[in-house]
Design a binder for this molecule. Structure first.
Ligand SMILES: Nc1ncnc2c1ncn2[C@@H]1O[C@H](COP(=O)(O)OP(=O)(O)O[C@H]2O[C@H](CO)[C@@H](O)[C@H](O)[C@H]2O)[C@@H](O)[C@H]1O
Length: 495
């Protein structure tokens, strides 16, 4: 490395403003931009989905028909170059794999060829670096979808001098998803079958992409210190404890930031009226607007609890639904915006019918409504079973909507719990521990009491949250240190 400025190839299968299903996209937009501000030459590689195509102009076309040849298999694909703020994005255009409406599934089931799709993507990213003559210092991989890249570097490409000084980081945004596939479903992998070790496999004949990455990457990190610590425990390791223990010295946690360019109530163009910490009148208008939009009674004093989430077991619906059955007897309003698991959606629809006028469930995914809920609600619900970091609670803090969270992972690292509703002191939200509906119900009732009976404390709680900052620039400095330690450790180790 001849300068302090690094060349970083950032691999992500979703990027905010291009294609998104969840928090990975938020990070894949904000972190590269923060790294650019530090002067690094960071470039993103992502798949070319139809959503990305909507952003495309003629000038974005870069390379036609790059060819990836593996034995008898040949993949001919194009690359488009887009610009996201100050960061170049190389988008891999291979229609048989990426020209589909869903990123990972058809709305009901994961695509059966996901292993093949993302193995191809992970190798294509390496080919793109070579075709651009961009020899990266660091390849930053994210979750299982891109976890094969370090494996390919250590096996198929181990003799390739182009990547001689390249080191890899694998970031875990959610280690519950591991990318486990029958080898037979991945033609791309036939060539690598005999390079796989037992610890990268499940039951002898299925490949685990995340484990391939965990065993091959130079450094590994989780998206919060508490999640990193939980991964080192039998209960929190998603059944991968031996692997995490084996990589203990290369493993760390870095808390995500919050992108205040996109999530700031004083500048948010999606809100009917903006507001800030010192002028909260606009928030009352946002609440009225949200109630009107959802068809709820426009009552300023009725506490409104909001949730914006992927519909998945992780997000704590097993706690929330029974808790709501008791909570909705109060004079409250609850709105849940979500998309994902159809079974959870069905249960929410049934509850909405039962508690008409008090519970609203909107199935779908619209950024605008997510912003409206963050601004219009009085409390934000996030009772996750586990949460690697969580971004929506950071947004709710910024919007003066105190979060109600379970004290796990990044939620524990970002929300300061209310201990006494008469004096919230420096608290920013409500936190419960036990994964029990009654524990959640208790804190929801405390929140209700605070809102109704201690308006000064409620206002203080809002203020505390709005004054809290989780800056991407700070997180980027920590990533920079981690990249440099990856480079240094390896260089020393190789001497
Ligand atoms: N129905 C809907 N409509 C509109 N917007 C919706 C939506 N459902 C979700 N979103 C948006 O998707 C993002 C969700 O981010 P989170 O970090 O809270 O969770 P997620 O589990 O997806 O991310 C994973 O990766 C991130 C990033 O590292 C970790 O913070 C997190 O803990 C981990 O589970 C937010 O921007 C939210 O507004």
């Amino acid at each position: 490395m001849d300068s302090d400025k690094l060349k970083i190839l950032f691999l992500a299968t979703e990027v905010e403003d291009l294609a998104k299903t969840g928090g990975l996209a938020d990070v894949a937009k904000a972190l590269p931009q923060a790294l650019r501000r530090l002067g690094h030459d960071v470039r993103i590689v992502c798949p070319f989905y139809p959503q990305v195509q909507e952003r495309l102009e003629e000038k974005n076309h870069l390379h036609s028909e790059l060819s990836l040849q593996l034995d008898s298999l040949q993949y001919l694909y194009n690359i488009h170059l887009l610009q996201l703020g100050n960061v170049p994005v190389y988008s891999v255009d291979y229609p048989p794999y990426f020209s589909r409406q869903g990123l990972y599934d058809n709305g009901y089931h994961p695509y059966p060829d996901n292993g093949e799709r993302f193995a191809f993507f992970s190798m294509a990213a390496l080919q793109i670096a070579q075709s651009l003559d961009f020899a990266p210092d660091i390849i930053h991989c994210n979750d299982w979808h891109t976890a094969m890249t370090p494996f390919f570097l250590r096996t198929q490409l181990s003799e390739n001098r182009f990547f001689d000084s390249t080191r890899t980081l694998l970031t875990l945004h959610n280690a519950a998803y591991q990318g486990v596939f029958d080898l037979a479903s991945i033609p791309f992998h036939r060539r690598f079958e005999n390079r796989l070790s037992c610890e990268q496999m499940e039951d002898g004949n299925r490949i685990n992409f995340l484990k391939c990455g965990l065993t091959s990457a130079d450094k590994i990190n989780a998206v919060s210190p508490s999640y990193a610590a939980e991964l080192m425990t039998p209960l929190g390791s998603h059944h991968m404890l031996p692997l995490f223990q084996q990589r203990h010295s290369d493993f760390s946690g870095i808390l995500n930031g919050c992108n205040y360019d996109d999530w700031n109530p004083s500048t948010d163009p999606l809100l009917p009226r903006t507001y800030d910490q010192h002028h909260l009148e606009g928030k009352a208008d946002c609440k009225a607007h949200l109630q009107q939009y959802l068809g709820l009674k426009e009552s300023p004093d009725t506490p409104l609890f909001g949730m914006v989430s992927r519909l998945t077991v992780q997000k704590g619906f097993e706690l929330l639904l029974p808790a709501l059955e008791r909570f909705l007897y109060n004079d409250v309003q609850v709105v849940i915006i979500g998309s994902g698991d159809p079974e959870i959606a069905e249960r929410l629809k049934a509850m909405e019918e039962k508690y008409a006028g008090r519970l609203i469930f909107r199935e779908g995914y619209t950024s605008k409504i997510a912003h409206w809920v963050q601004a219009g609600a009085d409390f934000f619900l996030m009772p996750s079973l586990f949460e690697p970091c969580g971004l929506t609670q950071m947004y709710s803090l910024a919007y003066g909507t105190p979060p109600i969270v379970r004290g796990v992972g990044g939620l524990k690292d970002t929300v300061k719990p209310v201990k006494d509703i008469r004096d919230v002191d420096r608290a920013t939200g409500f936190v419960f521990s036990q994964p029990e509906p009654t524990a959640l119900l208790d804190v929801m009732c405390n929140a209700l009491a605070l809102y109704r009976e201690h308006s000064d404390s409620y206002a203080k709680l809002q203020q505390n949250g709005m004054a809290t900052r989780f800056c991407w620039d700070d997180a980027a400095v920590k990533y920079e240190q981690l990249y440099k330690s990856a480079l240094n450790t390896e260089i020393t180790a190789n001497q």
